[in-house]
Design a protein around this ligand. Structure first.
Ligand code: NAI
Ligand code: MG
Length: 489
């Protein structure tokens, strides 16, 4: 161990149920400028360039973020390589302790993480507070537990770490995706160079502060910020052993090409266009809640969002009527207000992409419905939107919109809905609502989706694997499966 470490404070009584209000922003500490986290300290970028990060709900600049170039990435990879020599050799139990410490510190600072996540990314504080941050901490807790049990996880085999993992994450679940990536990598004895998305770097940088405070040996986790060019510098670095990417299918394809012919390992977690299927025997009110959660959770910036609704014809009228009524009750607005259901769209670019698709849907002839709620005059906001009578060939049905936009199709038979649900380039997730267990089992085996929820939607747990088929990518994160991409045997 290079550093003397502080004993962690054991506090399992952290009260999660605080009531955030806009004035909460007064109690958080943000710097004006953030540097790169390399080898256990914050360092200036080689180029001396910084870019701004904005609050998408107010359009105000929050801070400046360092832009890492190839030299910075190289420095981070060298630090990670050096740290790997020690980190991969300390006892697995010791490694576990460090990861537990990160988990506990995250729990203690949960409030600050939640507020910053919401300010920087636009998601409702209720979601950051109740879902993103606790789940991120739980990922560290869960993988800490695996650190000294790898031989039990893979009996009869000798699992070994790969080396340095390059990890690139998106802007829809910034802290949670960092946890999904870092926790299993550390538990398996790898070291990390992680890049957050350019619109949402702040919670990853707060995590860097936390990691520094936790006493984790220097260089085990390095966090470099920047946009696509910085990401590409990680992907193309010759001394990286594994790339883990979550983001768009387009960039996933670029990465796959870039590492072809090298011996880098790769996992890709890409886009989705999930079918959420409601049968006539489903509990209708519960299903309507599931539809709302499926598409409007996190403004629809969710790779596994239930963005294609399939309703059995006999109940289509009642489901759509109840869905419209429920949409009227949704509050769109200030993400820091705990009553808000739908926050701000993450960036201007994403808002114009969503608006482009809304125009496309109208031009394609689908019938548009938007809730009558007011949206703030300033900031990036979008009304919850439905496209009724959508058809399979519509672009709004085939392409990932990544916003609060739901297409609705009806079906008569199971065969028809399976065919339509699978007739899409993606295969990440799906939802099924029915009273019959036999129908659920029949469908789950026939839907080409990595995750299928039955009578619920968007439920996440560190113990269960997550990942896709087809253009949604390959490899699994979460659970025991999530250890495998970081090990060789
Ligand atoms: P993106 O795929 O460009 O960004 C994701 C991450 O990849 C970011 O950290 C970005 O800086 C990095 N990146 C960009 N170009 C790269 C390259 N050439 N090499 C390495 N890293 C690179 O996603 P973007 O442009 O922010 O969003 C566009 C669309 O992608 C969205 O509208 C949505 O449809 C989809 N998307 C899907 C996500 C998912 O979880 N399935 C997450 C984010 C976006
Ligand atoms: Mg991009």
């Amino acid at each position: 161990m290079t550093k003397k470490t502080k004993e962690p404070t054991l506090d399992f009584t952290t009260n999660w149920a605080y009531e955030p209000a806009p004035e909460d922003t007064k109690h958080i500490t943000l710097k004006k400028q953030y540097d790169l986290f390399i080898n256990g300290e914050f360092v200036k970028p080689n180029s001396k360039k910084y870019f701004a990060t904005y609050n998408p709900a107010t359009e105000e600049k929050i801070a400046e973020i360092a832009e890492a170039d190839e030299k910075d990435v190289d420095k981070a990879v060298k630090a990670a390589r050096k740290a790997f020599e020690k980190w991969s050799k300390i006892s697995a139990q010791e490694r576990g302790k460090y990861i537990y410490r990160i988990a506990r510190l995250m729990q203690e600072r949960a409030r600050e993480f939640a507020v910053i996540e919401t300010m920087d990314g636009g998601k409702p504080i209720r979601e950051s507070r109740d879902i993103d941050v606790p789940l991120a901490a739980n990922h560290f807790f869960y993988y800490a537990g695996w650190a000294d049990k790898l031989e039990y996880a893979f009996p009869g085999r000798t699992p070994k770490p790969l080396g340095v993992a390059g990890q690139i994450i998106p802007w829809n679940f910034p802290l949670l995706m960092a946890a999904w990536k870092i926790a299993p990598a550390l538990a398996t004895g790898n070291t990390v160079v992680l890049k957050p998305a350019e619109t949402t770097s702040l919670t990853a940088l707060k995590l860097a502060e936390l990691i520094r405070d936790s006493g984790l040996p220097e260089g085990v986790v390095n966090i470099v910020t920047g946009a696509g060019k910085t990401g590409a510098a990680i992907v193309n670095h010759p001394d990286i052993n594994k790339i883990a990417f979550t983001g768009s299918t387009d960039v996933g394809k670029i990465i796959q090409k870039a590492i072809a012919g090298t011996d880098k390992k790769l996992t890709l977690e890409l886009g989705g266009k999930a079918a959420n299927i409601i049968f006539e025997d489903a509990p209708i009110d519960q299903a309507v809640e599931g539809i709302v959660n499926g598409i409007f959770f996190n403004q629809g910036h969710v790779c596994c969002a239930g963005s294609r609704l399939f309703v059995q014809e006999s109940v289509a009228d009642i489901v759509i009527r109840k869905l419209k009524d429920r949409m009227e009750t949704l509050i769109v607005g200030n993400p820091l207000d705990k009553n808000t259901d739908i926050g701000a769209i993450n960036s201007k670019e994403q808002l114009s992409k969503i608006n482009k698709y809304i125009k496309i849907g109208i031009a394609e002839g689908a019938e548009i419905y938007q809730s009558s709620c007011a949206i703030p005059g300033k900031g990036n906001f979008c009304k919850p939107t439905l496209f009724l009578n959508a058809s399979q060939s519509h672009r709004v049905v085939q392409e990932e919109i990544f916003g609060p936009v739901l297409t609705i199709q009806t079906f008569r038979t199971i065969e028809e809905v399976i065919e339509k649900a699978n007739n899409i380039p993606y295969g990440l997730s799906a939802g099924v609502w029915t009273d019959k267990g036999s129908k659920i089992f029949n469908l789950t085996s026939k839907l080409r989706a990595g995750v299928v929820w039955a009578n619920t939607y968007n439920k996440f747990d560190p113990t269960s694997p997550f990942g896709g088929y087809k253009e949604s990518g390959f490899g699994r994160e979460g659970g025991l499966h999530g250890l495998m991409p970081y090990l060789k045997f």
